[in-house]
Design a protein around this ligand. Structure first.
Ligand SMILES: [Ca+2]
Ligand SMILES: [Ca+2]
Length: 250
């Protein structure tokens, strides 16, 4: 059972337009203050694609960003308490967090997936993911560490050896914070929407961070790194795509 995406988007629009979500998150101290700065975005690596190249200088103002992707727990709270009755009354079926026939109760600390939405700009996402380090491949540095992010190991699609401990989506705090800003789950687990348009013939937005079906070496799907990106249409939703909130510093 699913809610039609048009209805779902109208709920999200209602919630976000009133900034309730950000206020709730801030009140629970789940947002990180990301300082502003001028820095070098992107990569000059030969395998850069989807707009990762070239390296260019970018300035970002300070902002706040969710420590974790928005979880099912956060989202059901918003859904129950803040979605107006008039909107709720139009919904005939409940949202299933991992698609049809999945239960929400045992997945409260998993990222909300199957959502279509946009939030932080891609520059803000990358700046935050870099955590104050310059020109690194991963949020924590240049050396990949298996117990820092949920990716795919083994041959795709038949054999995920799950050496990182997870086949499929993992709880948002399953791995330690990925950088010195204290942000979790930026790289891997679930892609994250940004509000930056992705160049292309149809209307798309940039996704960042790669997901549990992507690999360190690029042998399957995307090569996961701090500059990895792809485009997706705003009505798209899948089980490896989530979001986190960002807000201007007051
Ligand atoms: Ca994994
Ligand atoms: Ca992520």
């Amino acid at each position: 059972t699913t809610v039609p995406s048009s209805t779902f988007n109208s709920i999200l629009s209602t919630v976000f337009a009133s900034s309730i979500f950000s206020n709730v998150a801030a009140a629970e101290d789940e947002m990180i203050e990301v300082p502003g700065g001028t820095w070098l975005m992107g990569t000059s690596a030969a395998d850069g694609r989807d707009g990762e190249s070239p390296v260019r200088q970018v300035k970002v103002e300070s902002f706040q960003m969710d420590k974790y992707p928005v979880t099912n727990e956060d989202f059901s709270f918003v859904f129950e308490d803040f979605v107006p009755e008039v909107t709720r009354s139009k919904i005939t079926e409940r949202i299933e967090p991992a698609g049809p026939a999945s239960g929400i109760k045992e997945r409260m600390d998993f990222p909300v997936v199957h959502v279509s939405w946009t939030d932080a700009l891609k520059e803000e996402w990358e700046w935050a993911a870099r955590g104050g380090l310059e020109g690194r491949t991963y949020p924590w540095g240049n050396k990949f560490k298996g117990k820092r992010a949920n990716l795919w190991q083994g041959s795709f699609p038949e054999n995920d050896t799950a050496e990182d401990g997870f086949h499929g989506v993992s709880p948002v705090s399953a791995f330690p914070a990925q950088n010195s800003y204290g942000l979790y789950d930026m790289l891997g687990n679930t892609w994250e929407w940004t509000s930056t348009p992705f160049r292309g013939s149809q209307k798309m937005f940039v996704l960042r961070g790669a997901s549990f079906i992507d690999t360190v070496d690029g042998s399957a799907n995307h090569k996961a790194g701090i500059t990895t990106r792809m485009g997706n249409t705003p009505d798209s939703a899948s089980d490896n795509l989530s979001f986190r909130c960002a807000a201007s510093t007051l």
